[in-house]
Structures are given as C-alpha cells and as structure tokens.
Write a protein that binds this ligand. Structure first.
Ligand SMILES: Cc1cc2nc3c(=O)[nH]c(=O)nc-3n(C[C@H](O)[C@H](O)[C@H](O)COP(=O)(O)OP(=O)(O)OC[C@H]3O[C@@H](n4cnc5c(N)ncnc54)[C@H](O)[C@@H]3O)c2cc1C
Length: 400
C-alpha cells in the first residue's frame, strides 16, 4: 500500500488513487496546499497496484531525443495566445481533426487549475497558455484510458510527472496515444494561488468600497501575456466591477513578470511542490513523445528567427512524436537545433531547482496573509507596486 513518508516522494499525479480497485485512496490537501494520498487501511486488499503505478517509485529510463526544433505556429493570433510558439495547438488540432480527444489544463469557474478534455478545436482555447499552478488531475487518467480503449486518438498534455503517472497507470502502450509534456520549472501550490487571487481581489474591493466582494467578477487571468513581448511577458488579471445601475467597469491588473509578486515567488522557488526539488520525471524520464518549452536564448542562436512573439522548443522523443511533427510541418516555421542550444538557457530540462532559502519560514507565516508573507520575502509592498488600468468604463451590460 502506498504510504507517503517524505513529502518529496509524492508528485501528486493521483495515479494511485485513480487505479485503486477498491477506491480506498483519497487525496487530502496538506498545510502547504498540495494533494497527497491517504489509504483507508480497512478497505485495502493489498493488491499493490498503487505502488506499481507510482512515478516516484518507478522512474523511467531517459528517452533519447531524436530531433530538436525551434518552431513557430504560422498563425500569429494563436501564437500570441500561447506561452511560447503555439506548437501545442497544432499537435492538438491534428488529433481533433482525426476524431480524437485532447487533455490539458484549464481554469474552472473558481479560477483553480484543473485537467480536462475537449473534442473540438474551439475547446482548445482554454488549454492554451501556461498556468503556473499544479493542476487538479481529477479522474483524467481513467477517462483517457476509456477513450484509448474505444480506439479514439488521445493527446494527453501535462507536466513530466503527470505524463509519467499516466503511462504507468495505463500499464501498456497504446498506438493511439500521443503524450506531450514540457520543460518544467516546477508547480506552485494551488492554495497559495487561491489565497493570492482572493487577497488581490479583496484589496480591489476595498479600493472600490465593495467590502463584501459583491459586484466584482474575474474575467480573465494570464500568466504569460505577450502585450510587452514574449521575453518581457506580463501577469494580467482582468475583472469587472458591476454597479447597481447595470454599468460595468473592466479593470486590468498588469505587471511584468519580474515585478509581479506571485511570479517572483514561483520563479524563486518559494512555494513549489516538495517533489519538484528532486523531480522524478524530468530529463526525458517521463516517457513523453514530445517535450515542449520556451526557446530562451533564441535571440543569440537564431536572431533572424526571433520576432519576440514566441518560439517553442520542440523535442521529439519517439517515432510517434516524429510522425505528428511531420504532419504539422507545413503549418510551422521551424529550424533544427541542438539539445545544447536549449540546455544552455533552460537548465530545467534536466535539473530540478533548489528550494528558496526561506521556503520554510514562508510556509510558517503565510496563513495570516499571503501577500504580506510574499511581501516580506521580496521586500515589496503589494499595494504600491501594482499597475491598474481601467480598460473600459461604463459599458452597459447586454440585456440590462
Ligand atoms: C508549471 C509550468 C512550468 C513551466 N516551466 C517551464 C520552464 O522552466 N522552461 C520552459 O521552457 N518552459 C516551461 N513551461 C512550458 C512553457 O511555458 C509552455 O507551456 C510550452 O512551451 C508550450 O507552449 P506552447 O506555446 O506550445 O503552447 P501553450 O498553448 O502555451 O500550451 C499550454 C500547454 O500547457 C498545458 N498546461 C498549462 N498549464 C498547465 C499546468 N498547470 N499543468 C499541466 N499542464 C499545463 C496545457 O494543457 C497545454 O497543453 C512550463 C509550463 C508550466 C505549466
């Protein structure tokens, strides 16, 4: 039976809980806001399936990358809406065009990050763009298996540990499965994200004298807004303030990633999942067919190719991945590059990051207020640094 003794030994893929034939493994949120399995020992039948599917206990052999590309989706609108070069959308569209299903991460109505699937191209919109929070995977492994068994093509995208978890969960190779992971810095705590968002909105309510939070509606969140460019990307939060007379104000909070306090905490490794500091699946151990990433350093390696709208790294790790890349080639601008060209600006491909020196202090302090605790770490007052723009005022709401 699975027993998490050390937090770093569980990546939270939920494979154990999804495979359990007695459904006796539930997931609980720990004090840092990450999910861990808990076994109902009375109901457990000692089948050991939960251990067999664990990507920490069963780490894969590194796959040898066949080809590496710097690539751009030729559709600039899609590229602008994607985090890097928009290659995920091309692979996903190909699967959908052949009647398949695509799994990815999206926001739910509460702006939490969840895994879900779509069978339409329009449904891909919500998957586009990186969400820097660990996604709730739900029952997606089991749902993907049902689609695979029925013969449908499936593209499953996720973090390296989610892909490793899926492949162990499936327990056999499927020719109709395409797995896509990405170069992963690590995943922040869903609880820290939830608190950051709530406190940010509460601060706005105060500002607009809406003490109870009524009349404020989040419309959009982007961790990778490219309005100032791909390299100088911004965190943006758009929300509306409704007035009693049916008028609406749309307000945009927009900060370059180097100034946004949530992004600072993420990129300085303050609240990543403990297993991210010794990732079991990076360095091509996830078993994915394709690994995507940002082609950082492209201005030095391919200066003529870089237009600051985003370039993806595409690492083709299997014949299956190669087949899909060949089939989207005519919708891409691409150059073959070397693994070293990627590695020299993106060590997260193979190395885990080290925890922030004050990670422990932060987690002993944050429950009184996450903005305060973040502010202490970065000597930054949240209130004085945000840049607000009223993007449209007094638009009359349709129907009122
Ligand atoms: C937590 C995280 C850390 C990352 N760290 C790095 C890094 O260190 N270096 C680097 O080069 N690239 C990193 N990336 C990947 C990069 O940001 C792009 O997602 C990738 O280059 C694909 O871009 P795209 O333009 O092709 O497609 P996009 O449209 O940007 O693709 C988004 C894809 O990512 C998936 N996704 C988004 N958020 C999550 C999530 N929270 N959990 C699981 N899947 C998710 C979506 O389902 C979709 O498949 C990271 C992404 C995430 C989510």
């Amino acid at each position: 039976m699975i027993e998490v003794v050390k937090k770093e030994d569980c990546c939270g893929c939920k494979g154990c809980s999804q495979i359990c034939p007695k459904q006796c493994i539930s997931m609980y949120e720990d004090v840092e806001g990450f999910l861990y399995p808990k076994v109902d020992k009375e109901a457990c039948i000692d089948c050991h399936l939960c251990e067999k599917v664990c990507p920490v206990l069963h780490q894969g052999e590194p796959r040898k990358t066949q080809r590496v590309y710097a690539a751009k989706n030729m559709d600039d609108e899609i590229r602008m809406a994607s985090s890097s070069g928009g290659v995920f959308t091309l692979l996903a569209e190909l699967v959908i065009e052949s009647g398949g299903v695509v799994f990815g991460a999206r926001f739910n109505a509460r702006w939490e990050v969840i895994h879900d699937y779509t069978e339409t191209k329009e449904g891909l919109t919500v998957f586009r763009g990186s969400k820097y929070v660990q996604s709730y995977i739900g029952d997606c492994f089991g749902i993907a298996k049902t689609f695979l068994e029925s013969g449908r093509k499936v593209l499953f995208s996720g973090t390296p540990c989610q892909i490793a978890g899926l492949k162990l969960f499936l327990r056999k190779e499927y020719v109709n499965l395409l797995t896509v992971d990405f170069i992963c810095h690590g995943v922040p705590s869903p609880k820290i994200w939830r608190m950051y968002l709530n406190e940010t909105i509460a601060h706005q309510c105060e500002k607009f004298h809406s003490i109870d939070g009524k009349g404020i509606l989040i419309e959009n969140v982007s961790f990778r807004n490219k309005c100032l460019g791909w390299k100088k990307f911004s965190f943006t939060l758009t929300f509306s303030r409704f007035k009693g007379n049916g008028l609406k104000k749309s307000i945009l909070l927009s900060e370059v990633f180097t100034r946004n306090i949530f992004m600072k905490g993420f990129l300085s490794n303050l609240y990543l999942r403990p297993s991210c500091y010794s990732c079991p699946s990076k360095g091509f151990k996830s078993g994915s067919d394709v690994t995507l990433g940002d082609f950082w350093g492209s201005e030095k390696i391919l200066p003529f190719f870089d237009d600051d709208l985003g370039i993806s790294v595409v690492m083709v790790n299997s014949n299956n991945g190669n087949f899909y890349m060949e089939n989207v080639r005519d919708r891409l601008a691409l150059y073959q590059v070397r693994t070293e060209d990627v590695l020299c600006h993106n060590s997260c491909l193979v190395e885990s990051v080290a925890p922030h020196i004050n990670r422990h202090d932060f987690f002993s302090d944050y429950e009184k207020g996450v903005l305060l605790a973040m502010g202490k770490q970065f000597k930054q007052s949240f209130v004085h640094n945000v840049i607000f723009k009223i993007v449209s005022t007094s638009k009359r709401i349709i129907g009122k």
